[in-house]
Every structure is written in C-alpha cells, then in structure tokens.
Design a protein around this ligand. Structure first.
Ligand code: PGA
Length: 257
C-alpha cells in the first residue's frame, strides 16, 4: 500500500469566509480518508485556528493542518513573525519550510532554512522541506547540483531521526504557478536523485523517504505524477483552492494507493 501526502498550500489566499467554505467542503465531501493518505491543509496563519477547528470537529483523523512558514526562534523581538510553539495549540502538525517564494521574495537561503528546519523538529512538528531549481539552473544543467546543496545545507546538524521524519517537496521553481508541470521523466529523475543522496549521506532506508512533487499539479496531470513509484504525494498551490480539482487529485491518490 502506497503512502500519499496530499498537501494544499493556500499561500496568501482565502479570507476567513473563503477558508471556512473550502475547509468545510473538504471535510464534508472527501470520502473517509484511508490511513495511508494524509491530507494537509496549509492556510495563511490567521486562518489556522478556524481551519483547525473545522478539521477537529469533522473527526476525519487523516486530515491535518499545516503552516506555510515559521520563525527559527521560539520567541523574541521579531515583529510580524510567528514561531513554531505558537502553532502547536492549534493542532498544526506540519510546516512548509523553504518554499521557493520565501527563498525568492524573503531572501531565505539554505542556512536560514536549516535553522527553521531545526526549530520545527525541536517543537515536534513535521517540516515539508521544499527544494527545487530555477529555469536558468535547469537550462545550465545544474539541477542535481542545486538539489544536492539545498539538501545538504538544509539538513545540516539534523539527526538521522529528524531527517527521516522530514517530508521533502521537490518543486522546480519554473513549474510553480505557471501551468507547466515538470514531465514525469524529470520528476522521476529528481526524486531518484534525492532518495539516493539521502540514503547515501544519512543511511536512511529509501522506503522511509517520502518525496512530494509540487509545481502546477492539477486534476489532469496528478494521476500520472502520483503513479510514479518514487512520488509519495503532491504539494498543490493554485489547484488546492479549487474545491473540485483538489478533490479530484485526492480521489486519484485513493485510486493509486
Ligand atoms: P502551484 O504551486 O500548484 O500553484 O504551482 C505549488 C506550490 O507553490 O507549492
């Protein structure tokens, strides 16, 4: 039985009422979630309490809430930031770390991302650690080199146990929000490379390394992507805001699990 993580990254979308509508649709209309499929909803911070309440009241044990970011310190003078311990009372279980939009617009580099990954683990949350190359890097044949440095610098000082708990999201930057997903060959190659690297470096069994693909996943391409042997889920942006499309992707995961 294959394990799938179907994660919706709502980004800076959804007002309170939109978040309510979307979360209620998901908990009410998704067929009971099989144990090997985890649905993770990542709304903006401000909507986490509401979405968490809706999820909790639904008694769907395999729907979870995640955040899109957090600070690396637990508390302090960091105006506008939110820390990992602040997420815990809202049953927030996952945190997206190192998303390319944060790397690009908020200058997050591998060493900052490393500190955030450590903070997330220290608070017993599960990071969804995003990596991926830009178009320029791919055109220059640097994809694997970039993935290697993002992984090695991002995972520095983490224990093997923490690395094993980390979910990886391979998200080529050029595929995010563009409507142009990576091909199944490109995804397969990148995921294989990531698994081999983590297995070689940290001696983690390949079956215990879960890699999600992200970048223009939708109802049309999700079946072929999720079908790939080394893909254990998807991190979905735009399509996670479209109720029926997100549900369709989930149903594909059920079919393939
Ligand atoms: P997208 O975004 O599905 O809209 O391409 C994916 C992501 O940014 O995680």
């Amino acid at each position: 039985m294959k394990t799938f993580f179907i994660a919706g990254n709502w980004k800076m979308n959804t007002t309170l009422s939109e978040a309510k509508e979307l979360a209620e649709f998901i908990v009410k209309t998704f067929p009971p979630i099989p144990e090997n499929i985890k649905v993770i909803l990542c709304p903006p911070f401000i909507n986490i309490p509401l979405v968490s309440r809706i999820v909790k009241q639904s008694f769907q044990p395999n729907i979870f809430v995640g955040a899109q970011n957090c600070h690396f310190e637990n508390k302090g003078a960091f105006t506008g930031e939110v820390s990992a311990p602040m997420l815990i009372p809202y049953d927030c279980r996952y945190v997206i770390i190192g998303h390319s939009e944060r790397r690009k617009y908020f200058n997050e580099d591998n060493s900052l991302i490393n500190k955030k990954l450590i903070a997330v683990h220290n608070n017993n949350l599960i990071p969804i650690f995003c990596i991926g190359e830009t178009l320029e890097e791919r055109q220059q044949n640097k994809t694997l080199e970039i993935l290697k440095s993002q992984i090695e610098e991002g995972l520095e000082k983490l224990s093997n146990e923490q690395i094993e708990k980390t979910l990886i999201a391979y998200e080529p930057v050029w595929a995010i929000g563009t409507g142009i997903s990576a091909t199944t060959e490109q995804i397969f190659e990148a995921h294989n490379f990531i698994k081999d690297l983590i297995n070689d470096n940290y001696k983690i069994d390949k079956e215990k390394i879960f890699i999600l693909y992200g970048g223009s996943v939708d109802d049309k391409n999700s079946y072929e992507i999720l079908k790939l042997e080394n893909v254990n889920g998807a991190l979905i942006g735009g399509a996670s805001l479209k109720k029926d499309v997100f549900k369709h992707i989930y149903q594909n995961a059920i079919e393939l699990s």
